[in-house]
Ligand binder design. Structure first.
Ligand SMILES: Cc1ncc(COP(=O)(O)O)c(C=O)c1O
Length: 491
């Protein structure tokens, strides 16, 4: 619980935040016309990613101007603590001069190379070797992409190629999970299992089969966690038998489901699903786009946190701390040995203009150097549990159903009724209501339907965590008041 003293100091912090907002707003008055013009340009011409089209047309967006450490500032001078870390990716903090210098140096040195032409670069070679050193087991091979979705595409292609070369060309079906998020290319979107993301206007690959989200909070009433785990493992076995083990190429899984609700699976889940895959000659693809490069206090979470060495790891985001776009599909020597032994003309017909871009690779190398030099993994292990403990104090609020996650990857789930876990009607968009109130308090959170998702920069301090939790508490209370006033909730 937040005590009187903390409440007082948190109140001051919030006032300071709002104060900053108001102060800078008034200073920025002479630029107000500019800010409005930019806002209008964005509204009229820029289609944002994952845009709610009607809302975008009606409301427009907050336009950001600059960032520093854990803070972002909009064109009206408002300051926000970015508890989202951009999009799970601002790991080392925004606006760093050392990173800017590394990028500038590489632009001067060699600002482009295409790996299509069998031409490598110093930075791509150094980065691939560094990743091989940090990755678990014999995952010593790296194909660079432009982000997470394209790393997933590369993994999908590799799986097909691997089984084809081994004489198992029918292994072209894939198993994923409901509520998984694997990106928005055709492959990524098809592997994705969030019902709300699946638009009837769009098409999806028919080669993907989804099994349950391993969220114990939503497990059938009365089922123990051990029973739930048995159920999940059996479901995977059953799905493999249904599709035919001879047809299944790979199982794709995020170590912790991210956008699908920050779901930490029951202990032992990854180990047991990995064993099932091994028994059926199915490759295990661990989608570490969010969890790699420090978010859970490790370079990679698969082995260090969950005790498995997958066949393929996909990564992006934190690899450059989001400073430049880069993804990596990291795979085992075993896969490499198989696909490189074939001399029948099979080749890796996959890659994009920017695969292994030297400037992005330079940014990634600098990012890794900073994480190492500043002991950021150790810092995450120190502040991560504190973040969890402090967020759990919110469970005394009647619409907070669950608080879950690990280290600097956390989420709060809202419910209409804590006991029955009844959801608010989806159209109420409870996450967005809380977000609106948080916004007014200088806190940037990420609403996903009935969730608030948080993944702050890895350099966040305990004081900043206190601010997040305090401002979130105030925002949830303001949301409850609003719901009561509008007759939408009677709690
Ligand atoms: C687990 C996971 N995989 C893949 C992706 C897609 O990455 P990108 O948006 O860089 O294409 C994301 C993005 O959030 C993700 O969270």
């Amino acid at each position: 619980m937040i005590d009187q003293h903390t409440t007082q100091s948190m109140k001051q912090t919030t006032d300071q935040q709002i104060g900053v907002k108001m102060k800078v707003s008034s200073i920025a008055k002479s630029d107000k016309a500019d800010a409005e013009t930019i806002w209008q340009k964005d509204k009229d011409h820029h289609l944002h990613a994952w845009s709610d089209l009607h809302a975008a047309k009606e409301e427009g967006a907050i336009i950001l101007e600059r960032g520093e450490g854990c803070y972002i500032y909009d064109t009206n001078g408002n300051k926000y603590l970015d508890s989202v870390g951009g999009l799970w990716c601002n790991n080392i903090g925004l606006g760093r001069a050392d990173m800017a210098q590394a990028i500038a140096d590489q632009v001067e040195q060699l600002s482009f190379n295409s790996t299509f032409n069998d031409l490598g670069t110093v930075k791509a070679a150094e980065l691939a070797a560094k990743i091989a050193e940090l990755a678990p087991g014999n995952l010593n091979r790296v194909h660079f992409t432009t982000g997470g979705s394209t790393a997933i595409d590369a993994a999908y292609r590799l799986v097909e190629l691997y089984h084809y070369v081994r004489g198992n060309p029918s292994k072209k079906q894939f198993i994923s999970r409901k509520d998984a998020y694997h990106g928005s290319t055709m492959v990524g979107a098809s592997l994705g299992g969030k019902a709300g993301d699946r638009q009837s206007a769009l098409s999806y690959l028919q080669t993907i089969h989804h099994i349950s989200n391993p969220n114990y909070y939503r497990a059938p009433e009365g089922m123990s966690e051990a029973e739930f785990l048995d159920f999940l493992v059996q479901e995977l076995e059953d799905k493999i038998h249904e599709v035919g083990a001879e047809n299944v190429g790979a199982f794709f899984a995020e170590p912790i489901l991210g956008a699908g609700g920050v779901v930490v699976p029951p202990a032992g889940y990854h180990k047991r699903t990995w064993e099932v895959c091994k028994a059926h000659d199915i490759l295990y693809v661990s989608d570490e786009v969010v969890t790699a490069f420090g978010r859970l206090g490790h370079w990679f979470a698969s082995e260090d946190e969950f005790g498995i060495v997958p066949d393929i790891i996909t990564s992006a985001k934190g690899i450059t701390s989001g400073v430049l776009p880069l993804g990596a599909c990291i795979f085992s020597d075993d896969i490499w040995d198989v696909i490189s032994a074939d001399d029948s003309g099979v080749y890796f017909s996959h890659g994009v203009t920017y695969s292994g871009h030297p400037v992005c690779c330079a940014a990634a190398l600098k990012n890794i150097e900073i994480i190492e030099r500043e002991g950021i993994l150790e810092h995450v292990k120190e502040v991560g549990p504190y973040f969890g403990e402090q967020l759990e104090t919110l469970l005394d609020l009647p619409i907070v159903g669950d608080v879950r996650g690990s280290q600097l990857m956390r989420c709060v789930e809202f419910v209409e009724d804590q006991k029955t876990k009844t959801d608010f009607p989806e159209e109420l968009n409870i996450g967005k209501l809380v977000h609106k109130h948080a916004d007014q308090r200088g806190l940037m959170i990420r609403p996903i339907v009935n969730l608030t998702v948080m993944s702050p920069p890895l350099v966040i301090t305990k004081e900043e965590i206190d601010f997040i939790v305090f401002a979130l508490r105030e925002s949830i209370i303001a949301t409850m008041d609003e719901l009561r006033e509008k007759g939408l909730w009677e709690g």
